[in-house]
Design a protein around this ligand. Structure first.
Ligand code: 13P
Ligand code: SF4
Length: 303
């Protein structure tokens, strides 16, 4: 089957099975094109909570499908590729978090949604890059905050809010590889362009940005900024949405290799197999799901 045939076959099966396809903005173009909903981590969680479809096919990475299953335990959540993980989510384990809590017993634990269900279950509240500032500002003032597992995001939130934040030393290997030297070189080539960066990038990179925000934040900024050219400091999959929404603007990748291999794993063939073979079902055991849901709900109540 060619691309179009595969896409039609998938859309037909989604209809027949009362299923929806959710796709993160970093997924392959051909998958994003046929999604019922494209979004960032926050948008996809909200959609997973809102849908009345019986099955959610999640074109994203494992923690996203897990979050959908935590929020909607009565629905079947399918992740087309079980090997689509997130290295950042694996940078904190339950024993490590328990040790950190012991060391900082007075700290509230704010956990980035890019984390496993077990880690969420041991957290006070979750956040995404879109609402991290709001989540931290919602916590009673004064006390320290342990922010896991992304150190770049934690340091960014600390600078923006002035709160005492203990950062975890994890990072997204995809965003963290971008350096200030590379951004400066791209800016020299495009002096008339603005630069927008994701808060998973290093501080030295964020210091050069005209705008810092989540994937959805960057898309919004691209629309309202009065510039014809934007250097984009996040994963290249977002170019699909940027070019669809703003066809007259020019988007330049901050780095040619700004690609997340895990987000790129899921092909149309995988989505089709996921629907025909009902694979791979992601389900979180109740003893983990219930406390993890509490942390996610506290976040969603602020949305
Ligand atoms: P957002 O979807 O919150 O922008 O986060 C980016 C990301 O790295 C998702 O894995
Ligand atoms: Fe994880 Fe980074 Fe890939 Fe997002 S872009 S899934 S944080 S490795």
């Amino acid at each position: 089957m060619n691309r179009k045939e595969l896409q039609e076959e998938i859309r037909g099966l989604l209809r027949e099975n009362n299923a929806i396809l959710l796709a993160h903005y970093y997924e392959r173009d051909e998958v994003q094109e046929i999604a019922d909903y494209r979004g960032d981590s926050l948008g996809l969680s909200i959609e997973a909570a809102r849908t009345d479809a019986e099955t959610i096919v999640f074109a994203g990475v494992h923690f996203m499908a897990e979050s959908a299953s935590i929020i909607s335990p009565d629905k079947t959540v399918l992740l087309p590729r079980l090997d689509a993980g997130c290295p950042l989510a694996d940078m904190v384990t339950a024993p490590q978090l328990a040790a950190a809590r012991k060391k900082h017993p007075e700290a509230a634990v704010v956990t980035y949604i890019n984390s496993t269900a077990v880690i969420k279950a041991h957290s006070d509240i979750c956040c995404t890059s879109a609402n991290a500032l709001k989540v931290v500002q919602s916590l009673p003032g004064g006390g320290p905050i342990l922010m896991i597992p992304d150190g770049n995001l934690a340091r960014y939130v600390a600078r923006q809010t002035g709160r005492t934040i203990i950062p975890w030393e994890g990072c997204c290997p995809v965003h963290d590889q971008l350096t200030a030297a590379v951004v400066r070189a791209v800016r020299r080539l495009h002096p008339d362009a603005a630069f927008a960066a994701h808060p998973e990038c290093r501080e030295e990179v964020l210091d050069l940005a005209d705008f810092v925000g989540s994937t959805t934040g960057i898309i919004g900024y691209a629309g309202r900024a009065e510039v014809a050219k934007l250097i984009v400091g996040t994963e290249r999959g977002v170019f699909h949405e940027l070019q669809t929404r703003y066809p007259t603007k020019v988007f330049i990748p901050a780095a040619e290799d700004f690609l997340c291999p895990d987000m790129k794993r899921t092909t149309l063939e995988d989505v089709l197999a996921s629907l025909t073979e009902r694979r791979y079902v992601v389900k979180v055991p109740e003893e983990v799901r219930v406390p993890a849901r509490r942390a996610l709900d506290r976040m969603l109540e602020l949305a």
